[in-house]
Write a protein that binds this ligand. Sequence first.
Ligand code: ATP
Ligand code: ZN
Length: 286
Amino acid sequence: MSKKLKIAIQKSGRLQEQSIKMLKECGLSFANGSSRLKAEVDNFPAEILFLRDDDIPQYIEDNVADIGIIGENVFIEKEKQGEIILKLGFAKCRLSIAVPKSAEYKDAGTLNGKKIATSYPVIVQQFLNENNVNAEIHEISGSVEIAPGIGLAEAICDIVSTGSTLLTNGLKEVETIMKSEAILVANNNLDAESKAILDRLVFRINSVNAAKSNKYLVLNAPNNAIEAITEVLPGMKSPTVTPLKEEGWSSLHSVVNENDFWGKIDELKALGAQGILVIPIEKMIL
Ligand code: ATP
Ligand code: ZN
C-alpha cells in the first residue's frame, strides 16, 4: 500500500469548518461526521485525523500526524517541534492583555507585581521577559475574561477578535502581544514520499488562495489607451487584447489583485476604460 499523508485538523471549534472547507477546495474528498476520529480521502493520498487543536502540536512532533492545521498562537504556546509551512489566512485573531476599564494603565511596567490570568502562560511569560516585568501568571483553561471580576487576577491575556467579549466583561484591551492566524505545520522529519504529497497539497492551497485574492477583469478601451492600461494591468503575463467590431476599440482581459482593486478601477476609468466586468476566479495555477 502506498503512503498516505496524515492531516490533523480540529475536531470541533473555530478552526474546524474552515479547515475542512480549505481541504475540500483543494479537491480532497472525505466524509466529515463530527463523531469520527479519522476519515479516508478517496481521491488523494491522505487521511484526515480529527483531534483537539491543543493536542495537534504534540501529535505532529510525535509523527502521529504528518501535518496539521492550528492557530499560530497554539503552536507557539505548546513549544513543540514542527515547521510552519504556510499561513492560511483564516482564524485571524490577536492575543491581548486587558485590564478592568477603571484601572490605570501606562505601559507593560504597570503589570509589575500583578496577577495575570491566561490560557497562554508561555506566550505571556515571553512578553513579560521582553519587557522586564515581574508578574505572576495564573493559568486557567477557559472563561479567562471573568477572572478580574471574581478577584482572581488584576489583568488577563486572552484571544481577541472584535473586543466585544472584553467590553461586556468591563475590560479594556491595553496591549496586543501576538497576532495569530491558522497555519499549516509539518513534522520536521517527513520522509521523501510524504514530503512529495505535502508539496502537492501546498501547491493546491496556493492555487486556491491566489484565486481568492484575485479577480478576472474584462473591459473595453479605445486602442490609443491600450499601452497605458497595460501598465496598470500587467496580469499574469500581459493582458489579452482582442479587437471589438467597433473601429478603434478593443476588449482587454486581465487579472487583478484584490488588495489594490479599487485603486486600479479608478485608474482604468480615468484612462477611458468602459464596460468593466469583474469575475471571480475559481483556481489560479501559478
Ligand atoms: P478548546 O480547545 O477548549 O475548544 P480553543 O480556544 O482552543 O478552545 P477555539 O475557540 O476553537 O478553541 O479556537 C481555536 C483557534 O481559533 C484559537 O487557538 C485561535 O487561533 C483561533 N481563534 C479563537 N478565537 C477566535 C476568534 N474570536 N476569531 C478568530 N479566531 C479565533
Ligand atoms: Zn483548543
